[in-house]
Design a protein around this ligand. Structure first.
Ligand code: COA
Length: 336
């Protein structure tokens, strides 16, 4: 149920980082005026105070393109040989969104494709980008995580509307050496499809369409079973972290900063306790952005105040179920 990847040959080195949040901010107070909820409940149960959402007419590709542009600028380059976009809210069900992003960035006819692993998507995309480099397919890869969950939430669902926000983040990976700052270490990736029903959009895919019956009311909305997801998130990320640390030869005590998927501040605390990572080493920006799905890890990397040379542990978990972890020594990059 779990796979690991030790980098073979050239390494993928993080050389740029960029993010994009849509300008519109939705506060807990605004949500409380629309739904039966309160700032007090949302902060106490999730740690979230506000989130960003796109305006009508915008889309995932708009955020992804801007984050990609800023990541390329941060890397002081204007080209990439491939684009890997992690998203579960593509502009359209078909085709993938990444080719339009590559074109909008003026990258030419480069390979570009989407990776769908929900909140674990960015780590899956990082591993994919590293694979493109180690196999010689690309010298430089733009890896983007972008999602606009505001477009798939049930407007009446006070729980999911409190949790999710829109956003995008991107890194540039370049071919380099394994001992360089920024070189991605080993990966641990895994999935468990037996628990797929915990996080899903029931309608709109081949399973529902093949019945010939229109989707049931609300079937097009994102649905989540909060309590079991909470438990699975802590268990799966803890296990994945232990595996990736063993592969990297790092002890927990060597980890300077833990950058985990920002799903709930209580999940971050429980994870830190499980792993015995001091809480002041845990990066958290969930109060400002909520759960931004595939954008969560790069937004946290950019907001974390990471210092060059710090040992950074990245872990994420989401629908599928799916999860993934990796490590790196933080490079000297200025987030754009
Ligand atoms: N405002 C007020 N009350 C709310 C609420 C809201 N926004 N959302 C849910 N509630 C209510 C519930 O209806 C329930 O009421 P009831 O007891 O009358 O039935 C009560 O709060 C407790 O609900 P419960 O689901 O037990 O709360 P919880 O403490 O488990 O917190 C989550 C709910 C969703 C915040 C929490 O389970 C969670 O974060 N799960 C993980 C979600 C996640 O990470 N998803 C993404 C995975 S990548």
């Amino acid at each position: 149920m779990s796979g690991s990847l030790m980098p073979a040959g050239p390494s993928a080195v993080v050389s740029g980082l960029g993010t994009c949040l849509p300008p519109r901010v939705v506060s807990n107070e605004e949500l409380s005026r629309q739904l039966d909820t309160s700032d007090e409940w949302i902060v106490r149960r999730t740690g979230i105070r506000r989130r960003h959402v796109i305006e009508p007419g915008s889309s995932t590709s708009v955020l992804a393109t801007e984050a990609g542009r800023r990541a390329l600028k941060s890397a002081q380059c204007d080209r990439a040989d491939a684009v890997v976009l992690a998203t579960s809210t593509p502009d359209r069900p078909c085709p993938a969104t990444a080719p339009e992003v590559a074109s909008a960035l003026g990258l030419g006819p480069v390979p570009a494709f989407d990776v769908a692993a929900v909140c674990a998507g960015f780590v899956y995309a990082l591993a994919t980008g590293a694979g493109l480099i180690s196999t010689g397919v690309a010298q430089r890869v733009l890896v983007i995580g972008a999602d606009t969950f505001s477009t798939i939430l049930d407007p009446e669902d006070r729980t999911t509307r409190a949790i999710f926000g829109d956003g995008a983040g991107a890194v540039v990976l370049r071919r380099g050496e394994p001992d360089e700052p920024g070189a991605l270490g080993p990966f641990d990736l895994g999935s468990d499809g037996e628990l797929a029903e915990l996080i899903m959009i029931p309608a709109g895919g081949s399973r529902q369409r093949a019945t010939g019956v229109p989707a049931a009311a609300g079937g097009e909305y994102f649905a989540m079973q909060g309590k079991p997801v909470f438990k699975q998130a802590v268990i799966r990320m803890s296990e994945s972290v232990r595996r990736v640390l063993a592969l990297a030869g790092w002890s927990v005590g060597q980890v300077d900063r833990l950058v985990a998927h920002q799903a709930n501040s209580r999940i971050l605390s429980a994870l830190a306790d499980h792993l015995t990572v001091p809480h002041d080493r845990v990066v958290s920006n969930i109060d400002r952005v909520g759960n931004t799905v595939a954008a969560s890890i790069p937004l946290a990397l950019a907001d974390g105040g990471l210092q060059p040379g710090e040992k950074v542990l990245i872990t994420s978990f989401g629908g599928g179920l799916s999860w993934g972890s990796t490590v790196l020594s933080w490079p000297d990059v200025i987030p754009g």
